[in-house]
Design a protein around this ligand. Structure first.
Ligand code: FMN
Length: 236
């Protein structure tokens, strides 16, 4: 390896040596959407003594799942890892990123490739509310089985990743609005994770999210200028 490159583990952990600030993450007085979106940062240092109440974690998840999903099939699934021994098990699988063991919980965002099998349950809820006649509901459910049931695995996996990415961000914003911090993580060995945590074979691993009480603010936002990433109407 040349002097100018690092191993994946070094790359993921180096960031914590860079002393961005000594300040704790900002506690928001104003939790309107734009403020929360601007103030959320990836936080990599957590108070290991701080334990979140289950009710708070549930509230964050309840808010997250209000996100949109393909045909409202809600393919997201969550493995909430709160047990310290389980977090220790995950640590080496996730390149020894310390936030895995220090944050209150790690939420593994997963996606069920067979989520379409719940179509009847989901669409019956709409019918029961009187928002869809029974025969239309049945037509919807049959079409979903016809379509999704015949999609190739890669397409179902892609849908699970799209739904999972959307719900993950909503989870992180909900956490920030509730005074908590998060960092999304793709830096882990997916195959090892799926096996070590006995994840059902029809689930995709989308990302891990550390969730807890941050002790050090993340980096200030840096983004590419909008005009470099936005094109209007069509590409020339
Ligand atoms: C899919 C995905 C994977 C990521 N993986 C990691 C990771 O493994 N470790 C980490 O420290 N940060 C990870 N990040 C966080 C990014 O580095 C961070 O979002 C980015 O630098 C922008 O900073 P901000 O979130 O504070 O705005 C990941 C982010 C995303 C969206």
């Amino acid at each position: 390896m040349s002097q100018n490159t690092m191993s994946k583990e070094e790359y993921l952990n180096k960031v914590k040596e860079i002393d961005t600030t000594k300040e704790a993450p900002k506690q928001l007085e104003d939790t309107d959407f734009l403020t929360v979106a601007k103030e959320r940062r990836s936080v990599r240092q957590y108070d290991p003594e701080f334990k979140m109440e289950e009710s708070e974690i549930r509230e964050i998840l309840e808010t997250a799942v209000l996100a949109p999903s393909s045909s409202n099939l809600q393919s997201w699934r969550f493995l909430v890892i709160e047990d310290q021994a389980e977090k220790e098990k995950l640590l080496p699988i996730a390149n020894n990123q310390q936030q895995i063991v220090d944050a209150s919980v790690v939420v593994a965002v997963l996606g069920d490739r067979e989520a379409y099998k719940n179509a009847d349950q989901i669409y019956s809820q709409i019918a029961e509310k009187g928002n869809m006649p029974e025969d239309v509901k049945n037509m919807y459910v049959n079409s979903i089985f016809d379509n999704y049931g015949n999609f190739p695995t890669e397409r179902l996996a892609k849908i699970a990743h799209i739904d999972g990415g959307i719900v993950a961000n909503q989870l992180m914003l909900a956490a920030k609005a509730k005074g908590y911090d998060t960092v999304p993580m793709g830096g882990y060995d997916e195959a090892q994770f799926l096996e070590a945590f006995n994840v059902p074979g029809n689930y995709e691993a989308v990302m891990l999210i550390s969730l807890g009480k941050g002790t050090k603010a993340g980096f200030q936002k840096t983004r590419l200028p909008l005009d470099e990433i936005v094109q209007w109407n069509r590409y020339e």
